[in-house]
Design a protein. Structure first.
Length: 244
């Protein structure tokens, strides 16, 4: 994987919950994202796409590559690495014991569902809009104000946005050394936040609101990983509600 990421960061960004892994794979399937397969200590590789997932059979299926010789080499390996990118997020997972099966009349590669999946996100590359019916909150306090609990409008690994009905008593570049975000089941995230902008806008009902964008200042790797897991979990819950 890219040397832009440390071993510790990769470890902290690894998903092991089967439901979250299946969600990430289904996202690749739905978007028909290219998947790079490498094996033989990285000396051999080809591009493919994910064509189906079976939770019942604990398998995932990929389109067969165009090179017969490369396909034969691939079928003889014990392990391989799959890599893709979706919405600016890098996805990596390993596979083992690939073989060919018939799926809907076509030959495809089959491997077991991965037991772990690495989801690496560059800062600010993806911003998740959060539910407004049961909002998450950040807590801010300056030297001139009491602590305020503000509903989060969106969030990313690098920052968050707040949207409220009235103008806030803050200014751009104000910094909050003791900001904390309530992630509910994942606990409390203590961060340093700096306001990047405050501007008037409209919400979906076309009512006037104030939007405030904040940047996280030098977040710890553990905090970035916690936000990665939080974003992935909210996405899974949202998809589950949509499918139901």
């Amino acid at each position: 994987m890219s040397n832009l990421y440390t071993d510790e960061e990769i470890e902290r960004c690894t998903l092991s919950d089967k439901r979250e892994i299946v969600f990430q794979l289904r996202n690749l399937l739905r978007k028909r994202e290219w998947v790079s397969v490498s094996f033989g200590e990285g000396q051999q590789h080809f591009l493919t796409v994910l064509v189906d997932i079976s939770e019942k059979n604990d398998r995932c299926y990929f389109d067969i590559g165009g090179s017969k010789g490369l396909n034969e080499k691939f079928l003889s390996v014990d392990s391989c690495l799959f890599s893709s990118t979706s919405d600016g997020i890098r996805i990596h997972f390993s596979g083992d014991s690939p073989h060919i099966v018939r799926l809907k009349g076509e030959e495809v590669f089959s491997i077991p569902l991965p037991r772990a999946l690495v989801r690496l996100q560059r800062r600010d590359s993806y911003r998740l809009q959060l539910p407004s019916t049961r909002p998450y909150y950040c807590h801010l306090q300056s030297s001139d104000t009491e602590e305020m609990a503000l509903p989060l409008y969106d969030i990313s690994v690098g920052g968050f946005g707040v949207q409220v009905a009235s103008k806030l008593p803050f200014d751009p570049l104000d910094r909050f050394e003791d900001c904390w975000i309530d992630l509910r089941d994942q606990g409390r995230l203590n961060v340093i936040a700096e306001i990047r902008y405050i501007m008037p806008t409209e919400n979906r009902a076309r009512k006037p609101v104030w939007h405030m964008g904040c940047q996280l200042i030098s977040p710890a790797l553990a905090d970035e990983a916690a936000l990665q897991r939080f974003i992935a979990r909210v996405e899974v819950e949202r998809r589950s509600l949509f499918e139901n």
